[in-house]
Design a protein around this ligand. Structure first.
Ligand code: UDP
Ligand code: MG
Length: 324
């Protein structure tokens, strides 16, 4: 029997977690040929999420949980889940039922019959997002597909099912500043994209603000490309050559015709323009240096406080002891 691990990052999901498990179990029950296991990750929730997880784990033997010592972010939670997943197929999905478990059969078919390594989901194209947000995310997908090795269709989501082989590849990328959508795509393998109608969050609230989306977009590009750095270098070169021409023209003018203009406007333009450009370049440089700095610290991606994986390990150790 094939096994499937479902990784679910949870941050303040007390309202919906039980409902999520109930609904997902319904989908699982329709697939008796597969053995499912949940890996719930409590990402430092400040509500009762952890208690609910513990309760659920008592109730269902196929529920495993990891609880972080603080909020490390969804990316870290997914990483923790992937590290613990040992099933044939691994699913990553949200706890808010915005990712319908009803598409499991479709995903399994893609992996098993159609020969894909991953079946990922994307937002239905026809759906609106809000004008500004929509424009922003369209621009982001265009830009990041152009600038980086990462190729994702518009509206790509984290919700996907992957083979264990692909999970192992993802775990090889153990960087601290994780951008999963990029990593999923960077490791390669064949991905099938399916879309479904997204629904509003049933319970709880979204943890995204526009500012965090903006940060996410910057991460998405800088984590996978040095194109912005190259852009500043090219800008520098272009301006250098233009200046050279302008200097020659001015020299000739001065030598042959004498100084005719006070040069107020040109000076002002040059100072302001170059000043702005220099600041921007230093900013971009700083963005990358900051990333190098954070990465060289080599801190752990997450810290576990509680987990029922340990119990299992202990049991196994006890067994080994007994056998000896
Ligand atoms: N999440 C998390 N850590 C965080 C923020 C979110 O583990 O710091 C989880 C959250 O519990 C949910 C998933 O990530 O299961 C997606 O979050 P949300 O629904 O807020 O994002 P959206 O669907 O709006 O993109
Ligand atoms: Mg959501």
């Amino acid at each position: 029997m094939k096994t499937i691990d479902i990784i679910v990052p949870c941050y303040n999901e007390e309202e919906g977690l039980e409902y999520f498990v109930r609904e997902t179990n319904k989908a699982i029950d329709t697939l008796p040929d597969y053995s499912f296991r949940y890996i719930l990750i409590n990402d430092g929730s400040r509500d009762k999420t952890y208690l609910i997880m513990k309760k659920l784990a008592k109730q269902f033997s196929n529920i495993k949980y990891i609880s972080f010592s603080r909020n490390f972010g969804k990316e870290a939670a997914m990483y923790a889940g992937l590290q613990h997943a040992c099933a044939d197929y691994v699913v990553v999905m949200d706890a808010d039922l915005q990712h319908p478990p009803e598409v499991f059969p479709q995903m399994i078919e893609a992996l098993e019959k159609e020969g894909y390594d991953c079946c990922a989901t994307k937002r239905d194209e026809r759906e609106g997002e809000g004008l500004f947000r929509g424009l922003f995310s369209k621009l982001f997908f265009k830009l990041s597909n152009k600038l980086t090795d990462v190729k994702n269709p518009y509206g790509a989501m984290d919700y996907r099912m992957m083979t264990q082989q692909m999970v192992q590849a993802i775990l090889e990328l153990s960087e601290v500043q994780r951008f999963s959508k990029g990593i999923f795509s960077w490791v390669g393998f064949n991905t099938k994209w399916i879309s479904f109608k997204t629904v509003e969050r049933r319970m709880g609230t979204t943890k995204w603000k526009f500012s965090s989306l903006f940060k996410y977009a910057i991460d998405g590009i800088t984590c996978f490309s040095v194109a912005p750095l190259r852009f500043t270098a090219i800008m520098g070169a272009v301006i250098f050559f233009i200046s050279l021409i302008y200097i020659i023209i001015t020299l000739i003018q001065t030598l042959f015709f004498g100084i005719t203009t006070p040069g107020y406007v040109t000076t002002l333009c040059a100072v302001l323009f170059l000043g702005g450009l220099t600041e921007m370049s230093i900013g971009i440089l700083g963005e990358y240096i900051g990333r190098i700095y954070m990465e060289t610290k080599d801190r752990p991606i997450y810290i576990t406080k509680f987990s029922n994986f340990e119990e299992e390990n202990n049991k196994e150790k006890d067994k080994e002891k007994d056998e000896k």
